[in-house]
Ligand binder design. Structure first.
Ligand SMILES: [Zn+2]
Length: 246
């Protein structure tokens, strides 16, 4: 019954109401529009190995060179890609009211940062551009595109690994908490470019809807992510219109 008293607003009105706090969650689809291969597309295998085998701590323990070579290959791919109008639209909306957006991305690239998003970006599944010490867990930014020798941590002199959440690993407490806080304070949740193959987006969309938060989904294809509004299309075309001011 609560919803009957709420003023009906369109997605565009809700997203351009400068009083509103917005939780934005982005997935592989937004990066795909910049030419970053997705695991469900051309990036599913590399050198004959499936991504579920590569993004895996067991494989890293046995074949660290192989796994590092895969991540270096992916760094090289991402290094020549740039943000698209969807990334730019989010960055510009954030600039209009600093602190009004919590941005959580499932993507390991830095296209949001490249687009000029200057607040904190929560990389839910880690970042291609960070290494983690296997001894103490300390992470550092590292942008090398090739390693003659596998990287050792400056803290412990131990082997470093990609700072990525692999299969059977947990999301960092910080990423989880930042997302929860974003959800608790959100008036609107905007989910962009995820098929729902990754459970996270489905879960947060469901939580948002159960709390009565206006939930908007933008994706190229129909998805199983629940929402109040589903806007079908390219993020690079839909978001500039949606976030571009009333
Ligand atoms: Zn260390």
């Amino acid at each position: 019954m609560e919803s009957s008293t709420r003023k009906a607003v369109t997605p565009k009105e809700a997203l351009n109401d400068l009083e509103n706090k917005i939780l934005v969650i982005t997935g592989a689809g937004i990066s795909a529009e910049s030419g970053v291969p997705t695991f469900r597309g051309t990036g599913e295998t590399w050198q004959g190995r499936h991504f579920t085998e590569l993004a895996n701590p067991v494989t890293f323990a046995a074949e660290p060179r192989l796994i590092w070579d895969w991540y270096l290959y992916r760094r090289n791919v991402v290094a020549v890609r740039g943000p698209n109008p969807a990334h730019v639209a989010i960055a510009e909306r954030a600039r209009r009211v600093p602190g009004s957006i919590t941005l959580v991305t499932m993507n390991v690239d830095d296209l949001h940062e490249q687009a000029g998003y200057t607040d904190h970006v929560t990389h839910y599944h880690g970042s291609l551009w960070h290494n983690r010490c296997t001894a103490c867990g300390l992470e550092r930014e590292e942008r090398s595109l090739a390693y003659a020798d596998l990287p050792l941590s400056p803290c412990c002199g131990a082997l470093e690994r990609p700072a990525i959440v692999w299969f059977d690993e947990s999301v960092s407490t910080e990423a989880f908490c930042r997302t929860q806080i974003g959800l608790m304070s959100a008036d609107v949740v905007l989910i962009v470019g995820t098929s729902g193959a990754v459970w996270t987006a489905v879960q947060y969309a469901g939580l948002a809807m159960s709390r009565g938060i206006l939930t908007i989904m933008v994706n190229l294809e129909q998805t199983r992510v629940p929402s109040h509004y589903f806007l079908q299309g390219k993020a690079g075309e839909v978001l500039p219109e949606l976030l571009g001011g009333a």
